[in-house]
Design a protein around this ligand. Structure first.
Ligand code: SF4
Length: 281
């Protein structure tokens, strides 16, 4: 005969054991997370450029550069190309990117003239059988370029390099949601891009005002829907923590909205406050 008291105490014991195991597991995970945070909580160059900014030196001459380019001729294997479009319509106060804020739309024509020359000069060192597996347009704001300019740039790259349209390619572009429409997303898909990165930073309106970057949640919803409809393989959101007026509550709300839109990845940056170097801060 089962002693109800014993049976009950056995059941209690197993719940206790279960919750103890769960707590142990949690504290193990927490310990690992704490260890990782401790390990990586150090100042380091941002990995957003390659080579990272601290690898650039002034002492290289054009002959050195040519020497390195010639060395690349013997290299086989796929290519990754990065194209920087430095222009932006407006300044975001937190920004530490390499950019030129201007309303003068003629600058991009001159920039593309120079870029076409550079592409034609450099491509002989890389082209041939090397396919472009990765292409990344970053900025600044790549979508500062209008439709005709984006077509012109992609034409120049396609003529000088071996672009592909297979599923494995990673052709990415950073977009400022304030400068693009559903039509732009359609154009980008047509040009071969299959990855999009959106500068979101924070959905909180007060924070957006404080950083001079107002963009409504509704406009992002429309763009995300277009990104899905046009079959992009990857959608990334850039977010920043440490901005003025952010709080745990506001960040939680922002993260809830991010999760609701289900991007394929998020990149979370800490705000680097360097007002001596970046006057807008
Ligand atoms: S955050 Fe982006 S859009 Fe804003 S100023 Fe910097 S580069 Fe331009």
């Amino acid at each position: 005969m089962i002693n109800p008291k014993r049976a009950s105490s056995k059941k209690d014991c197993s719940i206790e054991e279960h919750s103890q195991i769960k707590n142990d597991r949690l504290s193990d995970e927490e310990a690992v997370i704490r260890e990782l945070i401790k390990k990586y909580d150090i100042p380091s160059p941002r990995y957003t450029s390659y080579p990272t900014a601290d690898r650039f030196i002034d002492s290289e001459s054009s002959d050195d550069y040519l020497h390195y380019l010639r060395q690349r001729r013997t290299v086989i294997g796929p290519l990754s190309i990065y194209v920087h479009i430095p222009f932006c319509d407006n300044i975001c106060y937190y920004c530490a990117c390499n950019k030129i804020v201007t309303r003068d739309k003629t600058v991009s024509t001159r920039y593309l003239d120079s870029m076409e020359k550079e592409i034609a000069l450099k491509s002989p060192f890389f082209s041939g059988s090397r396919v472009v597996k990765q292409l990344h347009l970053g900025g600044g704001t790549p979508t500062f370029l209008n439709r005709a300019e984006l077509l012109r740039l992609m034409h120049s790259i396609a003529v000088n390099f071996h672009l592909v349209d297979d599923e494995d390619r990673e052709y990415a572009i950073e977009v400022d949601p304030r400068t693009v429409s559903v039509e732009t997303i359609s154009l980008l898909a047509g040009l071969g891009f299959n990855r999009i990165s959106m500068g979101i930073q924070d959905f909180d309106e007060a924070v957006q005002v404080a950083i001079n970057r107002k963009q409504s949640y509704e406009s992002i919803v429309d763009l995300v829907q277009a990104v899905r409809e046009f079959g992009f393989k990857s959608l990334n959101f850039d977010l920043i923590y440490g901005l003025p007026l952010q709080s745990v509550e506001s960040m939680t709300e922002t993260m809830d909205k991010v999760i609701a839109l289900s991007p394929d990845r998020i990149s979370v940056y800490n705000y680097a406050h360097l007002p001596d170097r970046f006057t807008s801060q």
